[in-house]
Design a protein around this ligand. Structure first.
Ligand SMILES: [Zn+2]
Ligand SMILES: [Zn+2]
Length: 331
């Protein structure tokens, strides 16, 4: 499907600044008309150009390589692939670019030529597929704690160690534990981009997709459930540990966690993806499309590092000679 403007016929997209559908051609607001494709689309509904080069195995939203119209593949957002929730973009493309520039400016070792000479080979907003798991847990913990008391009497030092049985029973319910369901998007990037404010999740609507790329989940929620369970287990351990205090040492004897999966939502999270080309290398950056957090490595300028090293070394030499001077005076 594509979204067309009722005023001018242009491709209408979701505008993160205005939090609504907006026509970039005539500035019309909420003038969208949804054109659903009747067949499985491999050609652009606007210009008829073939879309094979941009429709990959998991793609469900893309952009026509010929006319730039944003297209959503109907059959890949329907039935079992219909997302339950979406976190719409709150950071616009311009805002994301200015956040990146601010970030580069703050990084001491980024070469000053990087910003001017880096050519942007790709800037796209992408929705990354996630499963959000709800778990109820019941846990039982057994451990031993010690308390130590010391005193002296006459020539003797006494130490008394008391041992305590620790028992905890805990009921804890977890809502919306996120697990990245995309092989393409590196988990380390997604982890670094957290936290997202999940209270911003909305019921899925196709219009939020227009203007962005996206891919459907690559793995099933059953396949990924163990990752959510691991997150739950470490959260439960953390809660139990927080509840035990006042001992010199604590030793765990046993911990049993029973977790029941209550609900799973298929959700889409927004990411700006940037690839900069600089002196023959690609540098990948990601910006959290909701909070604006920037993740990525900038190149290191050798001359800046040398200069920095020199300054530090210079200071040490200076302090060294001052010290010698002081010693000379004292002696
Ligand atoms: Zn328009
Ligand atoms: Zn086209």
């Amino acid at each position: 499907m594509i979204f067309k403007c009722k005023n001018c016929g242009g491709n209408i997209v979701y505008n993160p600044d205005k939090a609504t559908m907006c026509c970039p051609h005539c500035d019309g607001l909420d003038t969208e008309e949804k054109l659903v494709s009747t067949e499985s689309i491999r050609t652009c509904a606007n210009c008829g150009a073939p879309m094979d080069s941009v429709v990959l195995e998991h793609t469900f939203a893309t952009k026509c390589p010929n006319c730039g119209t944003y297209t959503i593949l109907d059959e890949r957002v329907a039935d079992k692939y219909k997302p339950d929730l979406i976190l719409p973009f709150r950071v616009s493309k311009d805002k994301a670019i200015s956040l990146l520039r601010d970030e580069f400016g703050r990084r001491v070792f980024t070469p000053s030529t990087f910003l001017n000479n880096a050519s942007v080979s790709k800037i796209e907003g992408t929705y990354v597929p996630f499963f959000m798991y709800d778990y109820d847990t019941e846990s039982e913990y057994y451990g031993t704690g010690t308390k130590v008391r010391s005193w002296s009497s006459g020539d003797y030092e006494y130490t008394e160690t008391s041992y305590y049985d620790i028992h905890r029973v805990m009921d804890a319910d977890f809502d919306k534990i996120p697990v990245d369901a995309s092989d393409y998007m590196d988990d380390t990037y997604m982890d670094l981009m957290e936290p997202y404010a999940y209270e911003g999740l909305e019921d899925f609507e196709e219009k939020y997709m227009s203007g962005f790329l996206g891919e459907k989940y690559n793995r099933s929620e059953e396949e990924l459930a163990s990752r959510a369970e691991n997150k739950v287990a470490s959260a439960v351990e953390g809660l139990v540990n927080d509840s035990i205090s006042g001992y010199a040492t604590v030793t765990k004897k046993s911990m049993e966690i029973q977790s029941a999966k209550k609900n799973v939502d298929y959700a889409l999270l927004p990411v700006w993806e940037y690839i900069f080309r600089y002196r023959g290398n690609d540098y990948k950056f990601h910006v959290n499309g909701q909070t604006g957090k920037v993740v990525g490595k900038t190149p290191v300028a050798k001359d800046k590092v040398a200069l920095y090293g020199l300054t530090v070394f210079g200071l040490i030499t200076l302090i060294g000679s001052m010290l010698r001077l002081l010693l000379a005076v004292v002696m």
